[in-house]
Design a protein around this ligand. Structure first.
Ligand code: AMP
Length: 406
C-alpha cells in the first residue's frame, strides 16, 4: 500500500494552522501557520525540512491562505492527498469519533456552534474553503469533544434543572480529546501493556489545560466542562470559580456579562495570579527563582489545583497505572511536575529528580521513583492522532460501506 498523506487543518477566526502528515513518518512533511487573517497584514509562515519561508496574504482572506497551500502541497507531497482532516472544537453530543464531512455533519457542527461561538463558525469556514481547494477527496472532521463522549452521566451532568440539559445541551463535554487519546495510547506502548489498555490520569498542560481519567482507551471523566473554561488554572483562563461570582461582580461592581467573560477568559489564570506579569510558564518559573511573589503564587496555585484535579479524577479509575504529563508545560517543566506530584504522595506517587530533570526534547519517558506508580512525560502529537483517525475511518468505510451510509 502507498504511504498515504493527510492534510491536517485547524482553522481559527484569524488563523489557519496546517500540517501535511504521511502515514509512516513521525514528522510533518510540511507545516505552517497563517496569522492575522482578516487584516491587511496576513502572513503565512511555513517550513518543510530545513526550508522556512513566508507568503504574504495581503487580502487577509482565509480562501487566499487556503489556495496558497495548494502549490506547497504539490511541491512537497509528490503524490495525491488521501484526505483532509479538520480539527473541530465542539461536536456536542452528535459525534463520538471521526466523521466524514457531508451536509448532515456540517449541519450538526453548526448546531453545536452556540456551545463554541468563537471556534465552530471559524472551523466551518475552514472546511468550506478547503473543500473548494481540495476537491474529490474525503474531508473528515475530528472533534476535541468526541473522545469524552464515553463519560457516564454521573460525570457529565451538572446538578441543574433537567430541561437545561435535555433542551439546551447544558452538560459537561470536555476538550483536548485528541491529545488525551494520543498520550494514553502511547502510555500503553511505553509500559508494554496490551495496545490501548491501562488506567491513566492524563494532564494536558499547554495554553489551555485539562486533565482526564482514561480506562482502556475510554475517557471516564475530564476537568473541562461545557466550555474550555472549567477546571484547571490556565494561561489566561481562571478555571473553576464560584458560580455566584458572576452575580456578585454584577451586583457589587456593575460589571456586564461581556466584561466578566473577558476577565475570566483573558485576564485570569497564571496572568491574573502573577499580578499581570505573564501567562507564559517559562517567564513565571524564571521570575519565581528571582523571588517574584506573584509568579511564585501563580505556580503554586497552578500545581495545587492540578494535583487536586488529578486526585479527584482518580475516583473514576479502578487503579492507577500511571500519571501522564504532556503539552508545552507538561513536557518541558520539571518544576511543575515536581510541585504537582508532591501533593499526590497519598497515592504513593513520587518523582525521581534526575529522571525529571532530563532536558526537554526527549522521547516519551518514565520519571517515577522506586515503587511509585508510573509517572510519564509523553510529547503529544495531535496531528499524528488526527492523521491516524482519518485513515482508520477510511479503512473502516472501505470494509463497511453500508454501515457508513446508515
Ligand atoms: P502549548 O500550548 O502546548 O504549546 O504550550 C504552551 C505553554 O508551554 C506556554 O505556557 C509555555 O509557557 C509553556 N512552556 C513551553 N516551554 C516551557 C518550559 N521549558 N518550561 C515551562 N513552560 C514551558
Amino acid at each position: 500500500m502507498t504511504d498515504r498523506l493527510v492534510l491536517v487543518i485547524n482553522c481559527g477566526s484569524s488563523s489557519l494552522k496546517f500540517a501535511l502528515r504521511s502515514e509512516s513518518e513521525q514528522k510533518p512533511l510540511l507545516s505552517g501557520l497563517a496569522e492575522r487573517l482578516g487584516t491587511a497584514d496576513g502572513v503565512m509562515n511555513w517550513k518543510a525540512g530545513d526550508i522556512r519561508e513566508h507568503v504574504a496574504i495581503t487580502d487577509g482572506k482565509h480562501s487566499t491562505a487556503m489556495a496558497s497551500l495548494l502549490p506547497l502541497i504539490e511541491r512537497f507531497a509528490h503524490r495525491p492527498l488521501t484526505a483532509v482532516g479538520h480539527r473541530v472544537v465542539h461536536g456536542g453530543e452528535h459525534f463520538t469519533g471521526a466523521s466524514l464531512i457531508d451536509d448532515e455533519v456540517l449541519a450538526a457542527i453548526e448546531d453545536s456552534a452556540p456551545l463554541a461561538p468563537l471556534h465552530n463558525p471559524a472551523q466551518l469556514t475552514g472546511i468550506s474553503e478547503a473543500r473548494q481547494v481540495f476537491t474529490d477527496i474525503p474531508h473528515i472532521a475530528i472533534f476535541d469533544t468526541a473522545f469524552h463522549q464515553s463519560m457516564p452521566p454521573h460525570a457529565y451532568r451538572y446538578a441543574l434543572p433537567e430541561a437545561l440539559y435535555s433542551q439546551h445541551g447544558v452538560r459537561r463535554y470536555g476538550f483536548h480529546g485528541t491529545s488525551h487519546r494520543f498520550v494514553s495510547t502511547q502510555a500503553s506502548l511505553l509500559m508494554g501493556l496490551e495496545p490501548g489498555h491501562g488506567a491513566w490520569l492524563t494532564a494536558h498542560l499547554g495554553n489551555g489545560c485539562s486533565t482526564c481519567a482514561v480506562l482502556d482507551g475510554k475517557s471516564l471523566d475530564t476537568s473541562m466542562g461545557m466550555t474550555p473554561l472549567e477546571g484547571l488554572v490556565m494561561g489566561t483562563r481562571s478555571g473553576d470559580v464560584d458560580p455566584n461570582l458572576h452575580s456578585h461582580l454584577a451586583r457589587t461592581l456593575g460589571w456586564g456579562l461581556e466584561r466578566i467573560d473577558n476577565m475570566l477568559n483573558r485576564e485570569s489564570g497564571l496572568l491574573g495570579l502573577s499580578e499581570g506579569l505573564s501567562n507564559d510558564m517559562r517567564t513565571l518559573v524564571a521570575a519565581r527563582a528571582e523571588g517574584h511573589a506573584g509568579a511564585s503564587l501563580a505556580v503554586e496555585v497552578f500545581c495545587y489545583r492540578l494535583a487536586r484535579s488529578l486526585a479527584g479524577l482518580a475516583v473514576a479509575l479502578p487503579r492507577i497505572d500511571g500519571v501522564i504529563f504532556t503539552g508545552g508545560i507538561g513536557e518541558n517543566s520539571p518544576l511543575v511536575r515536581e510541585l504537582t506530584v508532591r501533593h499526590l504522595a497519598l497515592f504513593g506517587l513520587a518523582i525521581d529528580p534526575a529522571a525529571n530533570a532530563t532536558p526537554p526534547g526527549n522521547p516519551a519517558r518514565q520519571i517515577q521513583a522506586g515503587n511509585s506508580p508510573a509517572i510519564l512525560v509523553i510529547p503529544t502529537d495531535e496531528e499524528r492522532q488526527i492523521t491516524e483517525e482519518c485513515l482508520a475511518l477510511l479503512d473502516l468505510a472501505a470494509t463497511q460501506p453500508v454501515e457508513q451510509e446508515a
